[in-house]
Design a protein around this ligand. Structure first.
Ligand code: SF4
Length: 100
């Protein structure tokens, strides 16, 4: 499997109810409580960091590295929404996404 992260191709990012930045709105879904992920950490708290600091922090760099280099370790939401077994890097948002 490969992941072609839409968050690196212009998909809008997301801010949680308590002010934490996430690369997209899909991540907090699928039963994963974002507070238990890296995005619940203080490095992603927009009351403590500006957006440039957030996207440059080491945790986010590691997250991107996992998406691109070891996608088997990526969150389920990323595999589900941005994963492809093969093919192009074209945006497949137009395709119906199956849940379950
Ligand atoms: S699901 Fe994952 S890879 Fe896809 S846009 Fe969201 S954070 Fe990026």
């Amino acid at each position: 499997m490969k992941i072609y992260p839409k968050c690196l191709k212009g998909k809008e990012s997301f801010v949680s109810f308590d002010g934490h930045w996430l690369p997209c709105c899909w991540l907090p879904n699928f039963g994963v409580i974002y507070e238990d992920s890296i995005f619940g950490k203080p490095e992603f708290d927009l009351s403590k960091n500006n957006i440039e600091e957030v996207v440059k922090n080491a945790l986010f760099r590691e997250f991107i590295t996992i998406l691109l280099e070891s996608p088997e370790n990526a969150p389920y939401a990323c595999k589900k929404h941005c994963g492809q077994d093969s093919g192009t890097t074209s945006n497949h948002l137009h395709k119906k996404i199956r849940y379950g």
